[in-house]
Design a protein around this ligand. Structure first.
Ligand SMILES: Cc1cc2nc3c(=O)[nH]c(=O)nc-3n(C[C@H](O)[C@H](O)[C@H](O)COP(=O)(O)OP(=O)(O)OC[C@H]3O[C@@H](n4cnc5c(N)ncnc54)[C@H](O)[C@@H]3O)c2cc1C
Length: 330
């Protein structure tokens, strides 16, 4: 008993002492005018790992905007064109260098940017990365989904610097306004390595809400048969102010662009309403949408696995059901 108490006291001492020293470097993602939703979610995730210093690659103006995010304690920025477009080879040594100035955690929202950057940072720091966390148990213990979301692993990191990415849909977004963090230029000598150069990008333009943050998502699968038939979903999405997503089968067969893909190898979404049209519900697709609040499935096959996760299911031909559904909406 005595020993147990003693251990408990020691444990709480070591926890409280490590808590006192926690200090998070949060790598900000932004579009030049505002922080990404993933960054705002990561700020919330780091509430137990404060103070939070946001690292902004960009102008002093962008840094000042980032400093308004609620919950951020300090902003350091580096204004250098080589950091535009998220070239991981340029970012990695910068993040490594700043991390070593006394941070216990290096964090970012899970995104294509951090998926490229953070494994490099982890390797440079010689630590193991904890990816895509959905809960923070304590400063060193995190919960993350494994096996395409079919099991949850609680992971304790004993590394001196914990490199962590945060699943944006699992945390509320911090308010973009209301904070007043101190802003300073990072005290580093940053010079571009030039090993990798950004050349160009093709961005899919849409006036629909962004897929990862939309409150309603309508996704189409192979059952749609052709890319032109996605117009049917677009028209329904317009009425519901929804974003349009797709299964990998729809993307691979050229019906729609890759950035519409929902799933394990695409985007993870958790909207209030997810409507799956002509999607069978393969495990890899479910990994990207099964945390949606309400799931509706339209599929002509009553045995389709999607019906096992759907709150409301309609066994019908989508080419009949979708126009009918739209005609009944105001
Ligand atoms: C490593 C790996 C990663 C993957 N990552 C992803 C991922 O991120 N996202 C993803 O989606 N998939 C992913 N996949 C692929 C996944 O396994 C499935 O192949 C894919 O999700 C199937 O897409 P689908 O449901 O559109 O097509 P199908 O499985 O072919 O299903 C089409 C459905 O449409 C229905 N249908 C057909 N015609 C009609 C009609 N007229 N009316 C109503 N219903 C109709 C059918 O009954 C069927 O259920 C991955 C696979 C692997 C191996």
């Amino acid at each position: 008993m005595q020993r147990a108490l003693c251990r408990a006291t020691q444990r709480s001492r070591s926890l409280s002492s490590s808590r006192r020293h926690a200090s998070t470097l949060l790598v900000a993602e932004h579009d030049g005018t505002k922080l990404s939703e993933g960054t705002l979610a990561a700020i919330t995730a780091c509430a137990q790992m404060k103070p939070i210093t946001l690292l902004v690659g960009g102008s002093a103006e962008m840094a000042a905007t980032a400093a308004k995010a609620d919950g951020v304690d300090a902003v350091q920025f580096v204004d250098n064109d080589a950091l535009n477009h998220g070239v991981a080879e340029e970012w990695a040594p910068l993040v490594e260098g700043i991390a070593k100035t006394g941070f216990t955690h290096v964090v970012a929202g899970a995104s294509s940017f951090s998926k490229g950057l953070f494994p490099r940072v982890s390797a440079l720091l010689d630590v193991a990365q904890v990816s895509d966390i959905i809960d923070v148990k304590s400063e060193d213990t995190f919960v993350r989904p494994i096996y395409a979301g079919n099991a949850l692993a609680t992971v304790k990191s004993e590394d001196a610097i914990k490199v962590v990415t945060v699943r944006p849909t699992s945390f509320d977004k911090a308010a973009a306004e209301g904070g007043s963090a101190a802003v300073s230029a990072a005290a580093v000598d940053f010079s571009a390595t030039g090993t990798t150069t950004w050349i160009s990008e093709e961005v899919a333009k849409s006036d629909r809400p962004e897929l990862a943050s939309a409150k309603t998502v309508i996704s189409g699968g192979r059952g749609l048969k052709t890319g032109d038939n996605f117009a049917m979903l677009d028209s329904l999405a317009l009425k519901l102010n929804a974003a349009v997503g797709a299964s990998r089968a729809a993307v691979d067969s050229g019906m729609c662009p890759n950035d519409m893909q929902v799933g394990q190898t695409g985007k993870v979404v958790a909207p209030d309403l997810y409507v799956a049209v002509g999607i069978s519900g393969a495990i890899q697709h479910l990994a990207g949408m099964k945390d949606s609040k309400t799931i509706v499935a339209i599929n002509k096959d009553p045995e389709a696995p999607i019906f096992q996760v759907a709150d409301y299911g309609l066994v019908d031909d989508l080419f009949k059901a979708v126009p009918e559904l739209e005609s009944k909406l105001p």
